[in-house]
Design a protein around this ligand. Structure first.
Ligand code: GUN
Length: 283
């Protein structure tokens, strides 16, 4: 292996320790940072994710409440509950777990969350804030990736970063964050022709498509930083990212593993956003 590993578990732990310290300081001023999580329906993966979010929060000193509702909850009832949480000064962050049942309009639900409490960073106002450089909440996954680049002391200025994936919650915000650090950014996606010809020019590659072995060693410039946002199941049931880790680690300069890379960073950044929401509300 020539690449150095970027350890998401270790970095997330450091961030959680920082959050715990700032949370304790805020509590000493009488403000209890609180996150409200809403889960509609019984999707097993969502049940696991929301449980993690509650445990991560409470272990860091943040208050977290998980509200669960049946899959046949009406959209009107969900919107009413969100508006009540918007109006509750004791609640600093609101997260509606996705996916929602099919009869609900997810974007409409997200737009109902107050942008001041949008700790997922999915609201159109949050996307706009990121685009313009205004204060707001950044989506947790790309923000976690930026923290990883920061942790290795990587100077993005003038570098070519290639983001593979154009989702509203990873690819597009990631590109904005890289651009804000004066990188030259190319956004590719699953339909990009001759993807390797583009990634081979990249100093930084962020893979966020959800496809096993999307990025192979022949597609990577020697010494490049490779960040793997993918989360896929292999035939043997094991987790793997979008990057052929065993091949790419022989070419890249830095690489994130799956599991233990971006995943724990995403979880840590939700805590950061919730704490920031509380700090801003306490100002
Ligand atoms: N479902 C899968 N990931 C996420 C996430 O980061 N936020 C929300 N709200 N739902 C999700």
């Amino acid at each position: 292996m020539t690449a150095q590993l970027i350890d998401g578990n270790a970095l997330a732990k450091t961030i959680r320790t920082e959050v715990a310290g700032r949370t304790a300081a805020l509590k000493a001023r009488g403000v209890n940072p609180a996150l409200s999580i809403i889960l509609v329906g019984e999707d097993p993966a969502s049940q696991v994710y929301t449980k993690h979010k509650v445990n991560d929060s409470t272990q860091t000193g943040l208050e977290a409440t998980l509200e669960t509702y049946p899959a046949d909850m009406t959209e009107a009832d969900l919107l009413a509950r969100i508006r009540a949480l918007n109006d509750d000064p004791k609640v600093h962050g609101i997260l509606v777990q996705l996916p929602l049942p099919k009869h609900m309009d997810s974007q409409k639900v997200i737009e109902t969350i107050s942008p001041t409490k949008d700790v997922d960073g999915f609201h159109v106002a949050s996307a706009g804030a990121l685009m313009t450089g205004a204060p707001g909440f950044w989506p947790c996954t790309p923000h976690g990736c930026m923290k990883m680049l920061e942790a290795i002391g990587y100077d993005l200025r003038g570098k070519h970063a290639v983001v593979i994936g154009r989702s509203n919650i990873v690819g597009k915000p990631m590109a904005m964050m890289l651009l804000a650090k004066s990188a030259t950014v190319t956004i590719c996606h699953s339909a990009t022709q001759d993807l390797g010809a583009i990634t081979r020019q990249a100093d930084v590659v962020v893979a966020a498509v959800g496809k096993l072995n999307l990025l192979t060693a022949d597609m990577v410039k020697p010494g490049a930083v490779v960040i793997d946002v993918g989360m896929n199941r292999k035939a043997d049931g094991k987790l793997a990212g979008d990057v052929d880790f065993d091949g790419v680690k022989e070419v890249a300069g830095w690489i994130t593993p799956v599991p233990g890379g971006v995943g724990p960073m995403t979880r840590a950044m939700l805590l950061v956003n919730t704490l920031e929401a509380a700090e801003r509300a306490a100002k």
